[in-house]
Design a protein around this ligand. Structure first.
Ligand code: OGA
Ligand code: MN
Length: 258
């Protein structure tokens, strides 16, 4: 039974270390090849090019987790792209999840790659969903405590990947560099690859936890999505946390007096 599922999943753009990881990540790491039509893919790529071409490729992320990339956030979209993002929302996010208002655009040049990391819990909630454009690449997920447990996703142009729950928190994610880019025996020639990444909003408690614990995650995997100078971002998050705490306290004081 498991064997059959294992083979089926290989056909659907996944490779796994074995049945254990299959049952662990059956619903939390998903890839949907052909999520975009060729016309949608072309239209979306053209729209993104306008945003990206003003930026230069960078070769050293602050924590050196990512090389040969440019990135930006995008909040305003044409009606046609909004319709695509709504399909992503329906496919990947639950009715109770709010999406981050800014979509993360990541453009990796052909020799670009992303080292293993877990996305920052400060900036993104339980679910991450990415559309892949232009050329294929391989995303590898490795369990942060048990490195023998891994899964690879083939990100073909036009595909959608979804990482949630255990796949998002317990596994590091990476995009293989060109020399290592194989899907099983098949070499995956890596050209320029663009990801359009939507994330869910982290819970409000993250702001409070951040103040109380300064949110240092317990494992040692570097975290992305806090790419700007970390002092400024965590400072802003802390200020926001204090303001929220203050507002809640005032609220409670007010209620207590009524
Ligand atoms: C990231 C990331 C993978 C991708 O930006 O944190 O892991 O889809 N991106 O390119
Ligand atoms: Mn990531």
């Amino acid at each position: 039974m498991l064997d059959k599922g294992y083979k089926l999943l290989q056909h659907a753009g996944k490779r796994l270390s074995g049945p254990a990881v299959l049952s662990r990540l059956r619903d939390s790491a998903v890839v949907r090849p052909g999520f975009l039509s060729a016309v949608e893919e072309e239209m979306l790529s053209r729209e993104l090019e306008l945003e990206l071409r003003r930026r230069h490729y960078e070769y050293g992320h602050w924590d050196a987790a990512i090389h040969g990339f440019r990135e930006t956030g995008k909040a305003c979209w044409t009606a046609a792209s909004r319709a695509i993002l709504q399909r992503v929302q329906a496919a990947a996010f639950g009715p109770n999840q709010t999406l981050l208002s800014s979509v993360h655009l990541l453009d990796l040049e052909p020799r670009g790659y992303i080292k293993p990391h877990v996305d920052s819990v400060k900036f993104c909630g339980d679910t991450i969903a990415g559309l892949s454009l232009l050329s294929p690449s391989v995303m590898r997920l490795v369990h942060t405590q048990e490195p023998g447990e891994w899964l690879e996703l083939l990100l073909e142009p036009g595909s959608l990947y979804i990482l949630r729950g255990s796949a998002r928190y317990d596994f590091s994610q990476e995009i293989l560099r060109d020399e290592e880019s194989y899907f099983g025996d098949r070499p995956v020639a890596q050209g320029r690859h663009i990801s359009v990444i939507c994330g869910s909003l982290p819970g409000i408690h993250i702001y409070f936890l951040n103040i109380i614990y300064h949110t240092t995650p317990s494992n040692k995997v570097p975290f992305l999505w806090n790419s700007s100078p970390s002092f400024n971002l965590s400072f802003i998050v802390k200020i926001q946390g204090f303001i929220l705490l203050l507002l809640c306290s005032l609220d409670m004081l007010f209620l207590a007096q009524m």
